[in-house]
Design a protein around this ligand. Structure first.
Ligand code: ARG
Length: 463
């Protein structure tokens, strides 16, 4: 018997599938990635059918044994995947029947590939979310370590990419932390809706066998049952939602990447990227290129593409299952793989990052970063803020002409702009004084950064 004859629907047909159509409609080249979930789902289904009396104990034993053998064959690279058998489900089922005979043919009782594939995909994504969550936690911890080490490292803070006010490097790193922490919460929320079991919906209408869905769900670790069979086989929201979470996360990684690229340039010179995360140029001997952050930035586009693919895939589909849905896997796999690679890349890169505090401080001294502090000082001395703003503007203009920062002007020079300025101004104009003054929750003061690190770390440890 050829693989073509083993196709379960062969009975209805009078001619063999066109070779091209066979390849065009097959998904086994990519959905074989779901083999472990497919086998786990089948084992649980067989156990459930046995419990409700549809299969005998002997049949169940034979099925479980056969599926275990198949799993080993696949994992040892001995399984022969066949395009003629279309997808992972029919490949495994055909092999099962080949191994154990008639009992294998009974496994599909009360089930369809429609609820089977939806179940497999949810089981697979659930595991991926858990793995990604672990990776994300690792990256968050690296950010906390680095933030703690640089709680009092001063750098220029930017708006419009122009020097705005001094901030601490630790505070900047904790801004990244906050964004990625939200991403982690979004993934956890996506997991809630992913971990719902479609099995039992069969093709679309449910089944006439006395199935016990709650039992199957318990065996597979699902938190709940899909409550409508039509929705169960057609819903791919969980995959879209995952790609939306992944897109947001990639957008954050891309923004971080952009800063790493800027900061490692000789124009900024704030950080040194580890050599083993960079490459050279084949023509310019001096080059050390930030390829890894650049690729992370570039790969954000792929993941947005995966999201768009899935949204577009679903938008025109009537209920219930349509073959279109076979196209859900590659974008989802790609989003997961890309995200995992990017998280790994950044965790390693940031753990080995070499910040240059002196260079950051020198840059902060260059852009009149403490001008706002001078204005605030004048306000405390009684000037309306708008007047203070103007006074400081004139002082900045003078500094620009002189090529000196406000803190480098003498007391008498400063007093030409406002008589209320006293010697205590130099503390206010210092970078350290400026950051230390922003000492409230969410502020950039070193003390606040250390407190934020401690809070965040306790949060991670508590999980
Ligand atoms: N390979 C298919 C998929 O990925 C499995 C479900 C096929 N169901 C069907 N009725 N053709 O969606």
């Amino acid at each position: 018997m050829t693989d073509k004859d083993k196709r379960p629907w062969a009975g209805r047909f009078t001619e063999a599938t066109d070779e091209f159509v066979e390849r065009f409609t097959a998904s086994v080249t990519f959905d074989q990635r779901l083999y472990a979930e497919d086998i786990a789902g089948s084992m649980a289904h067989a156990r459930m059918l046995t419990r409700v009396g549809v299969l005998t104990d002997e049949e169940c034993e034979a099925i479980l044994g056969g599926l275990t053998t198949i799993q080993q064959e696949i994992e040892q690279g001995r399984f022969e995947w066949s395009i003629a058998l279309e997808d992972v489900h029919m490949n495994i089922e055909a092999r099962l029947t080949g191994l154990i005979g008639d009992a294998g043919k009974k496994l599909h009782t009360g089930r369809s590939r429609n609820d089977q594939v939806a179940t497999d995909l949810r089981l697979w994504l659930r595991q991926q979310i858990d793995d990604l969550d672990g990776m994300l936690e690792g990256l968050l911890r690296v950010l906390l370590d680095l933030g703690e080490a640089h709680a009092d490292t001063v750098m220029p803070g930017f708006t419009h990419l122009q020097t705005a006010q001094p901030v601490t490097f630790g505070h900047h790193l904790l801004a990244w932390f906050e964004a990625l922490k939200r991403d982690r919460a979004r993934l956890a929320d996506c997991r809630v809706r992913t971990n719902i079991m479609p099995l039992g919906a069969a093709a679309l209408a449910g089944t006439s066998y006395p199935i016990d869905r709650a039992y199957t769900a318990e065996l597979l670790g699902f938190d709940g049952l899909a409550h409508n069979s039509l929705d169960a086989v057609s819903d791919r929201d969980f995959a879209i939602e995952f790609c939306a979470c992944a897109s947001l996360l990639m957008m954050h990684l891309s923004r971080i990447a952009e800063e790493l690229v800027l900061w490692s340039s000789s124009q900024f010179d704030f950080i040194v990227l580890p050599d083993r995360y960079c490459t050279g140029s084949s023509i310019m001997p001096q080059k050390k290129n930030p390829d890894v952050p650049e690729l992370v930035r570039g790969k954000s586009g792929r993941v947005y593409g995966d999201l768009l693919s899935l949204l577009t895939l679903m938008k025109g589909q009537p209920l219930a299952y349509n073959k279109d849905n076979q196209e859900d896997k590659e974008p989802l796999f790609d989003a997961v793989d890309t995200l995992a690679d990017c998280l790994q890349a950044f965790t390693g890169l940031l753990a080995n990052l070499e910040p240059k505090p002196e260079s950051m401080r020198a840059a902060a001294l260059r852009g009149f970063a403490t001008a706002t502090d001078l204005a605030d000082y004048l306000v405390r001395a009684g000037l309306p803020f708008r007047d203070a703003h103007e006074v400081v503007g004139r002082a900045v203009l003078f500094g620009l002409e002189q090529g000196r920062d406000l803190s480098e002007l003498s007391l008498s020079e400063l007093q030409t702009f406002s008589a209320t300025i006293d010697p205590d101004i130099f503390e206010v104009l210092s970078l350290d004084g400026s950051v230390a003054a922003r000492n409230h929750i969410g502020g950039t003061a070193p003390q606040q950064v250390l407190a934020a690190v401690a809070r965040a770390r306790a949060g991670l440890d508590r999980e």
